[in-house]
Design a protein around this ligand. Structure first.
Ligand code: GLU
Length: 414
């Protein structure tokens, strides 16, 4: 995954004819932290995990990025994902850098009391290197508003009342209207923007969604409200399909209760992997990395892929899909709605002021459409694909800030 993000970086850096030294500066994380978290669990047994936080780049503002609680979390994952955050915040133009972190655990199998203890120990280790103007964590896989609330609480014990140290907090605890739905809505705005370019509307468009967590759910709800037909949805346990469109509200209800789409009665049952190759116009991978590979890329039937997940497409699959003329809206643009509303939350916290849902939604929509247009313009200018263009835009913005701040006198064209 780290290798893939580096490949995409160099493809764009070549396009910009970027100085080799500057490439190194922009690729190397500024600070990498690895901490031991050991404590006695609620059942008296010793629990031991490792926590990570990679602060990749802060030339455009405080480090920003989620915390992922997942058994596969390690330094390489955190580094690759932190790298993506740096370009993501630059592409949507929010005043942050990039970071990522997490703990190598499976919170679903843990006692919530232990998840709380572990989170607080993690904050204890990081309390001097995170902060509203230093590094602002957020939710990611298997972390939610409750985890963010514990982080805010623990950090505030040392530094005083600090809601802006973390985003994605519950609404009643200095969170923002519209944060939970933000990534999924952002995905839907980009589908609308991409279709509009070809003179099309979402009405009647067939959409397949792989992954039905927070992002997949809100993308489905928003797109079906716009008239799109959600024809296939899959998660880790199963898949469901309905050629004339699933009843999304009923499916969301079912999933809330059963924790999977599997077993949803008003649909045909399919293999989870079949969602990726379902008959549809738009494919939204919204789960984990590396799901579109050289094995299945040739069978994808969608003409538009919107990467709601981080790094769902391997470079090999990317090449096959581009050759076949499939348009891909890359992760660093496609799922940037989340960090965009995180920025709105942070801004509200700093100002001790609240925005209403209408304002959040409107500003998010404007941000996503503007970013889409800017990436498109870059793609046109360099006659390249959207991923390379998005990386180039991100690299250009971060690179310019890095050069100005460092007062590098030797002219670096950017
Ligand atoms: N974890 C999300 C992402 O990958 C959100 C990050 C944030 O809001 O800071 O973009």
């Amino acid at each position: 995954m780290l290798e893939a993000s580096h490949r995409y970086f160099h493809r764009a850096a070549d396009l910009l004819d970027l100085d080799p030294q500057l490439r190194l500066i922009l690729l190397t994380p500024n600070r990498v932290m690895k901490v031991e978290l050991a404590f006695e669990g609620a059942d008296g047994k010793i629990i031991r995990h490792t926590g990570f936080r990679v602060q990749h780049n802060n030339r455009r503002g405080p480090y920003k990025g989620g915390l992922r609680f997942h058994p596969a979390m390690d330094e390489e994952h955190a580094t690759a994902l932190a790298n993506l955050m740096t370009w993501k915040t630059a592409v949507v133009g929010v005043p942050f850098g990039g970071a990522k972190g997490g703990i190598d655990c499976d919170p679903k199998t843990m006692d919530p009391i232990d998840v709380n203890t572990m989170t607080r120990l993690f904050v204890g280790q990081l309390k001097e290197v995170i902060g509203p103007m230093i590094d602002v964590p957020a939710p990611d896989m298997n972390t939610d508003g409750s985890v963010m609330a514990w982080i805010m609480d623990e950090y505030s014990k040392y530094h005083g009342f600090s809601p802006a140290v973390v985003t994605g907090k519950p609404l009643h605890l200095f969170g923002s209207e519209g944060r939970e739905e933000a990534t999924g809505r952002g995905v839907a705005h980009l589908v609308v923007a991409a279709l509009a370019e070809d003179g099309r509307k979402p009405d009647g468009i067939k959409v397949a969604i792989q992954g039905f967590g927070n992002v997949g759910t809100f993308a489905a709800l928003t797109l079906s409200a716009l008239g799109a037909k959600i024809v296939a949805v899959g998660d880790y346990f199963g898949g469901v399909a309905r050629p004339d469109g699933l009843d999304v509200a009923a499916l969301v209800e079912w999933t809330r209760e059963h924790r999977t789409v599997k077993g949803f009665a008003e649909a045909e049952e399919i293999e989870p992997s079949a969602v990726l190759t379902a008959d549809c116009d738009v494919l939204i991978p919204a789960a984990i990395e590396d799901v579109l590979t050289e094995e299945n890329a040739a069978e994808v039937r969608a003409t538009l892929i919107v990467e709601a997940a981080n790094a769902p497409t391997t470079p090999e699959a990317d090449e096959i899909l581009l050759k076949r003329g499939v348009k891909i809206i890359p992760d660093i643009l496609a799922n940037a709605g989340g960090v965009t509303v995180s920025y709105f939350e942070w801004a509200q916290n700093i100002q001790q002021y609240r925005w209403d849902l209408e304002r959040v939604r409107l500003e998010l929509e404007k941000t996503m459409h503007r970013a889409y247009a800017e990436v498109r313009a870059m793609a046109r200018q360099h006659r390249t694909d959207m991923r390379t263009a998005a990386f180039a835009l991100g690299i250009q913005r971060v690179g310019r800030a890095a050069v100005s701040r460092a007062q590098i006198r030797r002219a670096i064209a950017l």
